[in-house]
Every structure is written in structure tokens, then in C-alpha cells.
Design a binder for this molecule. Structure first.
Ligand code: SF4
Length: 585
């Protein structure tokens, strides 16, 4: 079959009669199903049909909802060409729309089977006009493999500028301020980004308290306060208000404690009338529609960010055990309300990081590379002195340059790859103009974390093609089993003998036969289909650390479960978990 092309077309009576004919042969589908769905689709201006053609012949149809990036139905003309024709139609659709989801009738086993083979996974049960539907979401791991080397859906035409600024060894405050000022001047000066009298929000990364050990500050975990002070002092002559805003991720609502711990609360004293701090975890929020509705149709955004004239994002140059790096693209996760942070794990963290950048658009990203963090970032790694500042207006371009300085290939990070594929910014060196020293001149490879997924005695880990997300989070959770078993300290918990062998499955590929007589635990969206065979499913993409720890320690009911956060925060997480599970069930 020659190449398939897709042409947008209207919902036509010809497509409706093809659908009627198709479902007439699917046992268990009510004869009124197509007409009821059809009326719904006709009433929705975002629904249209893609006509798939090859060799001037119609090969099939895709009923598509643009606002939700969802395939509402898909049919190939020739039964004999299935599933090949359907696979190729889907390939072309993803090349023009990037990540898509699908809704299928629960009784449509044929569609379910080929979609699983393609890489979709059933994530939720839905109902439409009384008909039972399944929502199918793509495995990002399989998508990345299948579309490796493909072009982005929208070619990024602009050439982006990214500035690199060296600062002296062990810099003092004035040297840092001079560096910040020089970096911004290379990008056109602060007045290019901040207008007279405007409200500026500076969003540092204050993820957790790990940056303070026994009262001594440890670089590479949170944004160096001196960069934020310099930004405030540079902005005050122009801005009407400067707000330092963050929502700590690990300690959740404890952002104010983080502000105090690192001395950020004192920054207000620079000009108490104009400078303030805001905890984005407790800020009021407004609901905003996510353009193209990939994975989530709407997200709540703190009003402080919504009302800002200019946002300056100041992440730290660090590796991340699951996202590979935590830089401009990743760090806006901290800007979202706590329930949103938690929910995104269930709907798909990687895509939702991209979604945030459609709703919250910093005018400037400045990477704090004075001291970075290698190994097991974002909080438990090793500080690495770099004496650099990197800045620009496009998060993908800034991250691509920073990652190359760190010796990391930009497209290995799932959220950066998705952002690039969806046209958020360029990673190609020819599309990024680096000003200041060259990448080669300042590059120094970061040491990657060693992810240990070794199995135990009766505890087998099957990591078929999992992306860094599930691998990283599982490593984090399983590390808590690599300690003496209280029932017999001569062995590790992970080596405890089990009557029924434990299998942990992650990633989209499952080469081993699943034995329903063993205790099977299935991780994330990639393994959601296998969970139907019995066993425990730990939902998410990647599953949240707390969900994994709870799930694994349920296998050891006599052992006290390690706490993810303090008692109050744990209780809040449990409440949030109930709320999220209720919303997706
Ligand atoms: S479920 Fe896990 S392995 Fe699959 S794409 Fe998500 S994070 Fe990666």
C-alpha cells in the first residue's frame, strides 16, 4: 500500500452508513448506538472526519474530536488490509496531531485487540448515551519508540536565542548580580520582558528541604536565593510589584516553611511595599481549558500566575531520576495546585507538563547553573559546581542547550521530547543561536543515577521497554525493600520467601507469560490492560511514589510502611488519592 494521506472532511451520511454496517456485526452493540453517537458528534463543532486515502482510493475514516485529541471511531474500507491499514492511518494521524487518545465501545473486541497491539491501553470506563465505552490512552514509551526520528507536528520556524553566562568560582552576591544582569542583557535587556509598573512573578524551584543539611545550605537542590535577589533588585526600578511564587512539590503545602528555611521570606524586606511571597499551593485557582485537550481537558492555574504580566521561571540545573532532567519544561509542575500535581501522575505526567506551558507562559527562563545536581536528582543527588547561568525565552531551546552542557541528549527526556514533537520549541542546534561562550567551552557531563531494578528471591521485576519514568520511580520504591527483613534480619526484605512468587510488571512489553496463580503487580498506563487478568494495578504514568510504596508494602503487611511525607501531609495525600481515583473511575 502506498503512503496514506489524511484529508479533513465533514461527517457524511456515507461514513454513518459504514459505521452502521460495521457495528451490525459487532455482538453486544445496541443497534441505536451509531445514530445516538452520531447526533452527539454532529452537535459538537470540534468533531470532523479524516478521510484516509492511498493511490487515489479511500482507505478508511477517522472520526476525530480536535478539542480532546480523541479518535471517536476509526474504520478501514478493506477488511483484508486490517490491522495494517488501521496502523498506518493511526501513524499518519499521530504525525499530524501528535499524542491522541481513543474511545471505543466495550464490546468492540476487534478494535480493542489491534489498539493494544498498536500501543493503546484502556485507562477508564465511560458511558455515552447509555453505551459502555473504554477510553484508550497511548503508552508514551511505545510512542517514543515508534515515532523516534519523526518530525514534530508543527515545524518550529523561529530561531531561538539562548544565552550562556559564566560566573566566577565561588561567586559573591555582586558577581552573581552582575552575571544575571549580563545574561539578561544578552537577551535584549529586562525592559524587553517587563513593562513599567507591571507585576512580575519570579518562580524559583523550592522543591523540598533537602537543600539544607544540619543548617548548612547545599547547592543544586533549590534555586540559589542570590539569583532571585538579583532579579528582584533589577526588576524593582521597572516593575510595580514583584512576587516570589512557588508551590513546593514534596512537602506540598509546606511552601511557607521552605521560604523560611532558605531565607526567601526575608527578600520581602528589600521593599515591603512592592515585594511579596505567595504559596502557589494555597493560592486561589482558575480553571483553564487545555488547548487540544491531550490527556486532560482543563487544568487549574493559580491566580497569581494568571494575573501576572511577566513570569520569570528560575529552575536549577539538575538531573531527575524519572524525567531525566528537571529544567524549564519540568519545573512548572511546582506552579500547579497540589491536587493538580497529584492528578497529573494519573492522567500522564509527561503530557501534562507540556500542557502547563500552554496555560502558564513565562517570558523568561533562567537556569541556575551555579551549582547543579547530578546523580539521583531532583533532591537526593550530588551537587556539581558549574558556575553558569543559562537563559532564554523558549523552554525547549533553553533545556536543549542546558542538557547538552550536562552531556544529556535532549530528546531522552520524555517531557522534553513531547514538548518538541508538539511544536513548543526547537532542539536542533541550527535552530538555536547560542550567545556567550559555546556549549563545548562550558560542557561538563553529569553523572547519571544508577537505576537498580534487580529482582529478589521470589520477587521478580519485569521491566519490558519501560521509559525512565516507571523505572526511576520503581527504583525509588524498591530501594526501600533492600533493607534487612524485620522477620529475619539475615536477609533483605526483597529476598523474603513468598509462597506465591511476586511479579512486578512495568513498561509496555510483556515478554514473559503472566501466571494468574502468582501475585502480579502491574505498573502504570503501560500495564493497565494486563491488570484485567487479575492482580494489582498501580495507576499512573508514572505512578506516584506514594502509590508505588503503598502498593509494594501491601505485599509485606507485617512491615511498617515507610512514610512518603509527614503525618499531616500523608493524610492529605490519602485524601487526594481518594479524590483522584473517584474522578477517574
Ligand atoms: S506508564 Fe510508565 S513506562 Fe509507561 S510511559 Fe508511563 S512512565 Fe513510561
Amino acid at each position: 500500500m502506498a503512503g496514506i494521506t489524511l484529508k479533513k472532511s465533514k461527517l457524511s451520511s456515507a461514513v454513518r452508513s459504514k459505521l452502521r454496517g460495521y457495528y451490525a456485526n459487532v455482538p453486544g452493540v445496541d443497534p441505536s448506538y451509531v445514530d445516538a453517537r452520531w447526533r452527539q458528534w454532529e452537535a459538537n463543532p470540534d468533531v470532523f472526519v479524516y478521510l484516509a486515502r492511498s493511490d487515489d482510493k479511500v482507505k478508511g475514516w477517522i472520526v476525530y474530536n480536535q478539542a480532546a485529541s480523541t479518535v471517536l471511531d476509526i474504520l478501514a474500507v478493506d477488511e483484508k488490509e486490517q490491522p495494517e491499514a488501521l496502523f498506518r492511518m493511526m501513524d499518519v494521524l499521530i504525525d499530524v496531531q501528535s499524542l491522541v487518545s481513543a474511545e471505543i465501545h466495550k464490546a468492540d473486541e476487534h478494535k480493542y485487540r489491534w489498539m493494544i497491539e498498536y500501543g493503546f491501553r484502556p485507562t477508564r470506563s465511560l458511558r455515552a448515551n447509555g453505551a459502555p465505552l473504554l477510553r484508550m490512552d497511548l503508552s508514551i514509551s511505545l510512542l517514543a519508540e515508534r515515532f523516534h526520528g519523526h518530525k514534530p507536528v508543527r515545524t518550529y520556524r523561529k530561531k531561538e536565542k539562548v544565552a550562556i553566562q559564566k560566573v566566577p568560582e565561588s561567586p559573591g552576591y555582586e558577581e552573581i548580580k552582575k552575571g544575571v544582569s549580563s545574561l539578561i542583557n544578552k537577551l535584549g535587556g529586562l525592559r524587553k520582558f517587563v513593562g513599567q509598573g507591571q507585576t512580575v512573578v519570579i518562580k524559583p524551584n523550592l522543591v523540598a528541604d533537602h537543600g539544607m543539611m544540619d543548617g548548612v545550605y547545599r547547592g543544586g537542590v533549590v534555586t540559589d536565593i542570590r539569583i532571585v535577589r538579583a532579579l528582584i533588585e533589577l526588576a524593582l526600578p521597572i516593575a510595580g510589584k514583584v512576587i516570589i511564587a512557588e508551590g513546593s512539590s514534596i512537602n506540598r503545602s509546606a511552601t511557607m516553611k521552605m521560604f523560611a528555611l532558605y531565607g526567601y521570606d526575608k527578600l520581602v524586606d528589600i521593599d515591603p511595599k512592592k515585594v511579596s511571597i505567595v504559596d502557589l499551593n494555597t493560592d486561589n485557582a482558575v480553571e483553564k481549558v487545555v488547548p487540544w485537550g491531550k490527556r486532560m481537558l482543563a487544568r487549574k492555574v493559580p491566580v497569581t500566575l494568571e494575573q501576572a504580566d511577566a513570569i520569570i521561571n528560575v529552575p536549577v540545573m539538575k538531573l531527575h531520576f524519572a524525567a531525566v532532567v528537571s529544567l524549564s519544561v519540568k519545573s512548572l509542575q511546582g506552579a500547579m495546585p497540589p491536587l493538580e500535581k497529584y492528578m497529573t501522575h494519573f492522567f500522564g505526567l509527561w503530557q501534562n507538563l507540556v500542557n502547563i506551558h500552554h496555560l502558564v507562559k513565562p517570558k523568561l527562563h533562567i537556569i541556575d547553573g551555579i551549582i547543579g545536581q547530578e546523580d539521583f536528582g531532583p533532591v537526593s543527588g550530588i551537587p556539581k559546581t558549574m558556575n553558569l547561568l543559562i537563559g532564554g525565552t523558549n523552554p525547549v531551546a533553553v533545556d536543549a542547550v542546558t542538557m547538552r552542557i550536562m552531556g544529556v541528549e535532549p530528546l531522552t527526556s520524555p517531557p522534553v521530547w513531547l514538548a518538541y514533537m508538539q511544536g513548543l520549541g526547537p532542539v536542533e542546534p541550527e535552530k538555536i543561536r547560542v550567545v556567550g561562550p559555546s556549549i563545548d567551552e562550558v560542557a561538563s557531563p553529569f553523572k547519571h543515577p544508577k537505576i537498580d531494578l534487580a529482582s529478589g528471591r521470589d520477587f521478580a521485576i519485569h521491566a519490558g521497554n519501560a521509559c525512565p519514568g516507571c523505572k526511576g520511580y520503581l527504583h525509588f520504591a524498591v530501594a526501600k525493600l533492600r533493607r534487612p527483613d524485620p522477620a529475619d534480619p539475615s536477609r533483605l526484605l526483597i529476598d523474603r520467601p513468598f509462597e506465591r512468587k511476586v511479579n512486578i510488571y512495568l513498561g509496555p512489553a510483556t515478554d514473559e507469560r503472566i501466571n494468574p496463580d502468582e501475585r502480579n503487580v502491574f505498573l502504570g498506563i503501560c500495564q493497565q490492560h494486563n491488570a484485567q487478568q487479575g492482580g494489582t494495578h498501580l495507576p499512573g504514568c508514572p505512578p506516584h511514589a506514594e502509590v508505588l510504596i503503598n502498593g509494594l508494602f501491601n505485599l509485606f503487611p507485617d512491615v511498617e510502611r515507610p512514610k512518603y511525607a509527614d503525618k499531616t501531609e500523608e493524610a492529605k495525600l490519602e485524601e487526594m488519592l481518594k479524590e483522584v481515583l473517584a474522578s477517574i473511575s
